[in-house]
Design a protein around this ligand. Structure first.
Ligand SMILES: NC(=O)c1ccc[n+]([C@@H]2O[C@H](COP(=O)([O-])OP(=O)(O)OC[C@H]3O[C@@H](n4cnc5c(N)ncnc54)[C@H](OP(=O)(O)O)[C@@H]3O)[C@@H](O)[C@H]2O)c1
Length: 280
C-alpha cells in the first residue's frame, strides 16, 4: 500500500537495538515506517514465527529475523502481536529486556498493569492505541506511559510511533477506553458511512457501481480535505451548506433529533463500555 511521505530521518541515531515482536499488519507498517525514517536495518531484530515475504526480504538489508544464540538487551521493544497471543509471546522478549529497555505495546485492551506483570519488574512501558490508517502511515496513535518511562524514553516512543502517523499522549490510562471507541474503532464508522451513502444512492436511483464510486471518493476526498485544511469540520460543513439548498435539506435530517450526533454518542458509549469490559 502507498504510504504517506515522511519528512526527516528522526530514527537515524536510534540508540541501540530495536526488537519488534509480531510482524503482521501493524508490525510490518511500523517496520516500513522506521526504515523510511532512517533506522539502520542492522539495529532491528524481528521476532515472527511466520514472516511474510517482505519481512524475510529485509534480512538481506541486515535485519535479524528470529535470531538464536547470544542476545543483547534492546533500547526498545515494540509489541505488535494480537492481545490473545500476549501470554505466550511476551516471555520470548525476556532476553532482550534490560534495566534501560523501553517496552511499547500497541495491543488493544492490554493494560499497563498487565504489561508490567508480564515483563521484568521495573520495566519502562508505554501502552499505545493506533488505528488502521497506520497501514498507509496516516494513523493516529494515543500513548500512555507508566511511571518508569523517562523523558528520553518518551521521546523515543513518540519517534517510533510517529512512523505510522500522528501521536498524542495522555497521562490518565483510563481514557484509553474512550480513545479506543473514538479513533481505534472510528475507521469502521467512516467505512460504514461510505457503505450507507452508496446504499442511499442506489435507493435514489443510481446504478450500484456508480453509487459505490461516488460514496467512496466523497468520503476519501472529504477526509483528505479535512486533513489538509486548517478549518474545523463544522466550518467545512457550513461552507458547503447554502441556506435552503440541497445540503441543508439533507443535514436537517442528519442533524435532527434522532440524527447522527446522538447516534454517534450512543455508538461511542457502547464501544467505550465494551472496551472497559474486555480490559476486565
Ligand atoms: N489492525 C488494526 O487496525 C489495529 C488497531 C489498533 C491496535 N491494533 C493492535 O495491533 C496488534 C497487531 O494487530 P495486527 O492487525 O497487525 O495483527 P496481525 O496481522 O495478526 O499481526 C500479529 C502478528 O504477530 C505474530 N505472532 C503471533 N504469535 C507470536 C509470537 N509468539 N511471537 C512473535 N510473533 C507472533 C502473528 O503471527 P501468526 O500470523 O503466525 O499468528 C502475526 O504475524 C494487535 O494487538 C491489535 O490489537 C491493531
Amino acid at each position: 500500500m502507498k504510504r504517506a511521505k515522511v519528512g526527516g530521518k528522526p530514527l537515524r541515531d536510534f540508540p541501540g537495538r530495536l526488537v519488534l515482536l509480531g510482524a503482521g499488519k501493524m508490525g510490518s507498517a511500523m517496520l516500513d515506517g522506521w526504515l523510511a525514517r532512517g533506522l539502520d536495518p542492522r539495529k532491528l531484530i524481528v521476532l515472527e514465527p511466520q514472516p511474510a515475504k517482505d519481512v524475510k526480504a529485509l534480512t538481506r538489508r541486515g535485519v535479524a529475523l528470529n535470531p538464536q544464540g547470544k542476545l543483547q538487551n534492546a533500547a526498545a521493544i515494540v509489541i505488535a502481536v494480537k492481545p490473545q497471543s500476549a501470554p505466550e509471546a511476551l516471555p520470548t522478549l525476556r532476553p532482550f529486556v534490560g534495566k534501560s529497555t523501553l517496552a511499547v505495546s500497541i495491543m488493544a485492551g492490554r493494560t499497563l498493569g498487565f504489561l508490567q506483570n508480564a515483563l521484568p519488574p521495573g520495566t519502562a512501558v508505554v501502552r499505545a492505541m493506533p488505528n488502521t490508517p497506520a497501514a498507509i502511515g496516516r494513523g493516529i496513535t494515543v500513548a500512555t506511559p507508566n511511571r518508569k518511562v523517562s523523558a528520553r524514553q518518551r521521546k523515543l516512543a513518540g519517534d517510533l510511533l510517529a512512523a505510522i502517523g500522528t501521536v498524542e499522549w495522555v497521562s490518565d490510562e483510563s481514557l484509553m477506553d474512550a480513545v479506543t471507541a473514538v479513533s481505534g474503532s472510528g475507521p469502521a464508522y467512516v467505512f460504514l458511512l461510505a457503505e450507507a451513502l452508496a446504499q442511499a444512492g442506489v435507493a435514489a436511483g443510481l446504478p450500484a457501481a456508480l453509487a459505490a464510486k461516488l460514496a467512496r471518493e466523497t468520503v476519501a476526498g472529504s477526509g483528505e480535505l479535512l486533513h489538509r485544511s486548517p478549518l474545523d469540520a463544522a466550518v467545512l460543513r457550513e461552507n458547503v451548506t447554502s441556506p435552503g439548498g440541497t445540503t441543508a435539506a439533507a443535514l436537517s435530517v442528519l442533524m435532527g433529533q434522532d440524527g447522527l450526533p446522538p447516534l454517534m454518542r450512543a455508538a461511542v458509549a457502547a464501544a467505550t463500555a465494551r472496551s472497559r469490559e474486555l480490559a476486565g
